[in-house]
Ligand binder design. Structure first.
Ligand code: ADP
Length: 350
């Protein structure tokens, strides 16, 4: 029985009504183990008496088993009134799920230009081809590219009667992107608080409807928008995209540690631009070889795919026809995306 083991065990207790757990919400304030007795201190901001009761019961069930005796488990819950009209667990951080959306997966990268949007688009298409209802949100306010990758740059989203934005649909996927709201040349001078507000509006002001999975294409790096997103939305996990090159891996590591800090599970790494294969079948490792594999082993996370540099993939991006629209038998790259999609925590439709 160690503090880490207790914390780990408690991380399966979901905050009532949320897909996120009490540990990642930062509600477990203290864990003390003394002479075989575990004392856990939990702090909750709520006005709903059911919430502490459910959490108390769920924690007891888990800890009683670990301690082997209910007498050796003490759970103290400090209940406070939430500030203002906040109704969410942390009070100040309004981390919540999006109604109607079963799973939310973020695609991130430390560096720009490594193919994060290409990966997001192709994963979305792959999951949709498997029969799932998929949404894709381009959270990159500075360089949105999803609209282009889905051949939907000329589309303008409308609002519904509740003033929520109706997503654009392309290739069976519900899309939302700043690219739909801005012209090609519009400068996006949104920083700090404005960026945060836009991101929240994007995620919560869109009429997504019923979705099996929503993929969030995060902007590169670990700045305001990424932090806002991981703090305000209850993510089911994150995928980090990198090239095999050390400079990309260094930044990928930073992205991974950002998710770790807020307890978002890393689903795996996708190595893009792994090699270029010429018409004679020789592979050229332009950005180095094996970097993604080594990093995945080092961090003990799965390497979900290695995607080669491929002119057809690039062309299809620009034409708005993601390569994953092809069958796996027609394209080894589409097949690689299928294998990556199989490792994601989304259930195939019955
Ligand atoms: P990011 O989102 O990381 O900035 P993008 O997905 O926009 O990167 O990709 C940057 C550019 O590289 C795009 O023009 C895209 O078409 C191209 N690209 C990405 N991955 C590949 C690949 N595997 N093969 C060929 N071109 C690629």
């Amino acid at each position: 029985m160690t503090e880490d083991a207790i914390r780990n065990a408690l991380s399966v207790v979901k905050y009532p009504g949320f897909s996120r757990d009490i540990v990642s919400f930062g509600l477990v304030k203290s864990i003390l183990i003394e002479k075989g007795v575990v004392s856990v201190g939990i702090q909750i901001q709520t006005r709903d008496p059911e919430v502490p009761e459910q959490i108390f019961k769920a924690c007891h069930e888990i800890l009683d088993e670990i301690a082997g005796d209910p007498e050796k488990v003490q759970i103290g819950i400090d209940i406070q009134d939430p500030p203002g009209n906040a109704t969410t667990p942390g009070g100040a951080t309004d981390s919540q799920s999006i109604p109607g959306v079963k799973r939310i997966i973020a695609v991130a990268s430390g560096k720009g230009g490594v193919g994060k949007s290409t990966v997001s688009s192709n994963l979305a298409v792959t999951l949709s081809r498997q029969g799932l209802k998929v949404g894709l949100c381009d959270c990159d306010l500075y360089g949105p590219s999803i609209a282009l990758m889905f051949g939907a740059t000329d589309q303008q989203p409308m609002a519904d009667t509740k003033e929520r934005i109706i997503p654009i649909e392309a290739h069976g996927i519900k899309l939302m992107s700043m690219g739909f709201l801005l012209g090609d040349d519009a400068p996006v001078i949104v920083r700090g608080p404005l960026a945060t507000r836009y991101t929240q509006q994007f995620l919560q002001g869109v009429a997504w409807g019923e979705l099996d999975v929503l993929i969030l294409d995060l902007p590169p790096g670990t700045g305001d928008i990424q932090l806002t997103t991981v703090q305000t939305i209850a993510l089911d996990g994150a995928i980090v995209v990198t090239t095999p090159q050390e400079v990309a891996l260094i930044d990928a590591r930073k992205a991974i540690s950002m998710f770790a800090k807020v307890n978002v599970r890393i689903l795996g790494l996708i190595e893009n631009m792994s090699w270029f294969e010429c018409e004679h079948g020789t592979r050229y490792h332009l950005f180095g070889e094996g970097g993604g594999q080594r990093e995945a082993e080092l961090l003990d996370i799965p390497l979900l795919a290695q995607i080669p540099l491929d002119p057809d993939t690039r062309q299809r991006c620009d034409d708005g026809l993601p390569v994953a629209l092809l069958d796996g038998s027609q394209s080894p790259i589409a097949a690689a995306f299928q294998r990556a999609a199989e490792a994601l925590p989304v259930s195939a439709p019955a």
